[in-house]
Design a protein around this ligand. Structure first.
Ligand code: 0O2
Length: 268
C-alpha cells in the first residue's frame, strides 16, 4: 500500500501536466475553429505511464528508483493526431514557439522510420507545473502523427503485447509492408488535399474577380448610357456561365479598357 502511495505522489505532477496540456492543445483546436481556420491538430490525447510499464522500461534500460524522473522521459505523454503529414510540421513549429514549453530534443521517426516500421514525430519537452511545494519542471513526451501512422502504431503496439519481443518474422515483414502502405496513404491524401485547396483557391479567385467586374459595371452607370450597360451586362453573363477563369479575366481586362475610355471622355 505504502509503495502505491509513493508512486502516486511521484506521478501526481505528471497527471497535472497531462491535464493542463490536454486543455491547452484542445484550446488550440478551438481557437482555430472559432476563427474559421483549419486546425493542424485533429485530436489530442494524453496519459500518465502506468506503473507496470514504468517498471518494465526501468528494467530494460537499467534505471534505478531515484533516476526515474531524470531518465524516463515519457512518464507524461501527449499524443497529437493530424489529418495530413504537412500538419505535423505546423504543430512542431507551434510547440517550438510556445513560451510555456521548452523543447529538450526531437526525434523524427517520419523521415527516419524505425526498423519496426514505426513512424511518428517525437518531442521531449520541459514543462513546469505549480504544486503546493512550488514549481516543478518535468519531462513530457509529445508524439505527433497522422491518423494513418496512429492506426499502424496502435495495432502494432497491441501485437507487441501479445507476442512480447517475439513477433514472428513473417508478421514483422507484414507490419513493415503495412507501414509502407501508411506512407502511400499519407501521400495520396496529401495529393487530394492539394487539389481541394487549389479548387478552393480558384473558387475564391473567381469570386473576387466577379465582385470586381460587378463594381466596375456599377460605376459605369455614372458614365455610360443604360443601353450600353445592358449590353455589357449581357456579355458579362454569357462569359460568367462558361465558368472559365481565363475568359473571365479577359472580360475583366476589356471592361477596364472600356471604363478607362468612358472616364477619359467624361473629363472633357
Ligand atoms: P508505451 O506503452 O507507448 O508507453 P525505446 O528504448 O525505443 O523503447 P525511447 O528511446 O525512450 O524508447 O523512446 P522512443 O524510441 O522515442 O519511443 C518512445 C515511445 O514511442 C514508445 O513508448 C512508444 O509509445 C512509441 N514507439 C516507439 N517505437 C515504437 C514501435 O516500434 N511501435 C509502436 N507501436 N510504438 C513505438 P514505450 O515506452 O515503448 O511504450
Amino acid at each position: 500500500m505504502m509503495e502505491i502511495q509513493l508512486w502516486r505522489e511521484l506521478l501526481d505532477p505528471y497527471q497535472l501536466a497531462v491535464d493542463e496540456l490536454l486543455l491547452k492543445f484542445n484550446h488550440v483546436i478551438r481557437e482555430h475553429r472559432m476563427k474559421g481556420k483549419y486546425s493542424p491538430i485533429e485530436e489530442v490525447d494524453g496519459r500518465v505511464k502506468d506503473i507496470v510499464s514504468i517498471l518494465e522500461k526501468m528494467n530494460r534500460k537499467g534505471v534505478l528508483m531515484n533516476e526515474i524522473e531524470e531518465k524516463i522521459e515519457d512518464l507524461a505523454g501527449i499524443r497529437i493526431t493530424c489529418q495530413f503529414v504537412e500538419d505535423i510540421d505546423r504543430v512542431v513549429n507551434l510547440i517550438r514557439g510556445r513560451t510555456d514549453m521548452e523543447v529538450k530534443y526531437e526525434k523524427d521517426y517520419i523521415r527516419h522510420a524505425k526498423i519496426s516500421g514505426y513512424r511518428s514525430y517525437h518531442m521531449i519537452i520541459y514543462y513546469t507545473v505549480d504544486t503546493i511545494d512550488g514549481p516543478k519542471k518535468i519531462h513530457v513526451e509529445i508524439q505527433i502523427r497522422t491518423m494513418a501512422m496512429d492506426f499502424w502504431a496502435t495495432i502494432e503496439h497491441s501485437l507487441q503485447y501479445k507476442y512480447k519481443e517475439n513477433i514472428p518474422q513473417h508478421v514483422q515483414q507484414k507490419l513493415i509492408d503495412a507501414s509502407q502502405a501508411t506512407v502511400d496513404l499519407d501521400r495520396a491524401m496529401s495529393d487530394v488535399r492539394d487539389e481541394i485547396l487549389d479548387a478552393q483557391n480558384s473558387h475564391r479567385n473567381k469570386e473576387i474577380l466577379v465582385r470586381d467586374i460587378l463594381s466596375n459595371i456599377q460605376n459605369l452607370y455614372k458614365l455610360a448610357n443604360e443601353r450600353e450597360i445592358a449590353k455589357i451586362q449581357d456579355e458579362f453573363y454569357k462569359v460568367y456561365v462558361l465558368d472559365d477563369l481565363v475568359q473571365l479575366q479577359h472580360f475583366a481586362k476589356q471592361l477596364d479598357i472600356i471604363s478607362e475610355g468612358y472616364r477619359a471622355q467624361s473629363i472633357f
